[in-house]
Design a protein around this ligand. Structure first.
Ligand code: FAD
Length: 454
């Protein structure tokens, strides 16, 4: 009997891995990507000096699922390809100062009167808030003073000065700043035995954190970064090679124009080039509204605000001053940058002194940023020496890639996901666009579990 045909739409890591899993389960698979190359948000570029930079997502981690991890990091033991990172080092810049031992903003850097007032409030709030909205949640968890002086400025920096703070859902805090450092380290360590304090305070010493990790029996998460100078694009290249070796057809620079279905079953897909793909199973990792349109159904529409990611990739003539951190959060509201990636710390074999600085803004604000402005910020934060010169650089803007997380956005996503899901039976909706998961490992585990339910 002939194999069943599966079409995987979207050639990001979700689609790449899904196509391999489906092939392993006996399907003849076609992988369809609208862009000219695979990888989605995981891709790298090189500047004129040959320094490689990643576009936004860059430090993948193992999932703990053997079948999946064997696909993801096939040559994991090859030290000429991979740096295996057992502890991801991240610090943060807040109130004009670095803390390279914790990603959480430190309330003790606030003016004394604010700090004392904030601590008084924080101590008295001993219930876990139930709100789905981040601002209200923080008011009930951290109190007014810390919410106004720490969280609100970060939210405005990420989601825009005019953002309606009260309308942002908890997803707005996915970078982790709803937990802060406050109070003496030993007081924090004992308060964290209470759930309401555990969720709002970060440990201040590594020993405290490790003790807790052991107590909770938390497994180590292993991260991977290529050391062959190709950036994370190498990961995608390896996955693509596996896809090709598995006999999966890859079609790039093409889109679905029509999804043909009989009753509850997708039967074929028509492409822009008029080619028709037979389809017994459709794995969809592109935005659901595109599938609904292609099926002749009307997607639910609404106001969705999207942020553009602007990334400055810069290679200096002098070593970066932080030789430990893999990436850094910049919570200080006087800087535009919100995250830095320090490549020499991810790849010790690197011969470059290069970093990526990420900014989130509205699409029409991109021109407000300049290389000079970013270099000034980096020097003011002592990320590079005052006399460091730029050897080479690149700049990217990923337009409208990051949704402002509002209830309306969540409901819209949910409605389109449900409408699509209910329309046909031989369909899997997965990937970051499904709205059910966002981080790389979550996305891949979701795809794996969906395919295993077949
Ligand atoms: C700014 C930013 C920073 C991030 N940082 C992190 C991080 O630090 N850690 C982390 O774990 N995750 C991070 N993520 C999330 C991470 O990027 C996702 O988990 C991952 O990219 C999900 O893979 P995906 O394949 O679902 O989506 P994508 O990588 O977006 O891939 C989707 C693919 O579908 C294609 N496509 C879209 N429409 C169509 C169509 N109609 N037809 C065919 N193809 C189509 C796209 O071109 C793309 O190639 C970040 C995301 C963003 C936006």
């Amino acid at each position: 009997m002939a194999n069943q045909n599966a079409v995987v739409v979207g050639g990001g890591v979700c689609g790449l891995v899904a196509s391999l899993l489906l092939r392993k389960r006996g399907y003849d698979v076609v992988l369809l990507e609208q862009a000219s190359q695979l990888g989605g948000l995981f891709c790298s570029i090189k500047d004129s000096s040959g320094a490689a930079y990643d576009m936004g997502s860059h430090i993948p981690n193992a999932t703990g699922i053997q079948e999946l991890d064997e696909i993801l990091f096939k040559n994991a033991d090859d030290a000429t390809t991979w740096n295996r990172i057992s502890k991801l080092c991240s610090g943060n810049y807040f109130a004009g100062d670095w803390d390279l031992s914790s990603p959480f903003p430190d309330a003790r850097k606030l003016p004394n009167d604010l700090y004392s007032q904030g601590c008084g409030e924080l101590i008295g709030l001993n219930q876990i808030p139930q709100s789905e909205f981040i601002y209200q949640y923080c008011l009930e968890s951290l109190g007014v003073v810390f919410t106004e002086s720490i969280v609100a400025p970060i939210l405005r920096k990420l989601y825009g000065k005019g953002v309606d703070l009260a309308g942002l859902t908890m997803e707005a805090g996915l970078f982790g700043f709803t937990r802060i450092l406050a109070l003496p380290a030993d007081v924090t360590a004992s308060l964290k035995s209470l759930p309401a304090f555990d969720s709002k305070l970060g440990y201040q010493t590594e020993q405290d954190f490790l003790r807790r990790k052991k107590q909770d029996n938390l497994q180590d998460v292993e991260y991977f970064y290529p050391v062959n100078g190709q950036g994370i694009g190498h990961w995608v290249a390896e996955l693509q090679q596996q896809v090709e070796q598995a006999g999966i057809e890859i079609i790039t620079s093409e889109m679905v124009s029509k999804i043909c279905h009989t009753g509850q079953k997708v039967t074929s897909l028509e492409l822009g080039s008029n080619r028709v793909l037979a389809c017994d199973l459709l794995f969809w990792s592109a935005p659901p509204f595109i599938a609904l349109n292609a099926m002749g159904l009307t997607p639910k529409r609404g106001k969705v605000e999207l942020r553009t990611a602007v990334i400055y990739h810069i290679n200096f003539d002098k070593p970066l001053l932080d030789t430990k951190s893999h990436y850094l959060w910049v919570w200080d509201d006087k800087t535009d940058i919100f995250r830095l990636t320090l490549y020499p710390n991810l790849n010790q074999q690197s011969t470059h002194n290069h970093l990526s600085a990420e900014i989130l803004c509205a699409a029409d604000e991109v021109s407000e940023y300049s290389l000079e402005r970013i270099i000034d910020e980096l020097k003011a934060m002592h990320v590079v020496a005052d006399d460091a010169q730029v050897i080479s650089h690149e700049q990217q803007a990923i337009n409208n890639t990051f949704p402002v997380p509002t209830q309306e956005f969540k409901q819209l996503n949910q409605a389109n996901y449900e409408l699509l899901n209910a329309s046909v039976d031989n369909l899997i909706i997965s990937g970051r666009y499904s709205g059910r998961c966002w981080r790389q490992a979550e996305v891949l585990v979701d795809a794996f579990e969906s395919i295993n339910k077949l």
